[in-house]
Design a protein. Sequence first.
Length: 60
Amino acid sequence: MDRDRCCGAGLCAQALPQVFDQGEDAVVVLLEENPPAELVAPLADVAFACPSGAIRVVEQ
């Protein structure tokens, strides 16, 4: 996640509130750095939909 690229659209926080939130400045806040495996597909969708490209999924 690149907070400097975030445009504050809030799509990530709406789609996965257990992983993302928004700060007072509307910039994304990561709540769960290592989300469970069942969220990998939804995270990929959120990363794809991010209008600023601020979210990246890295599988380990």
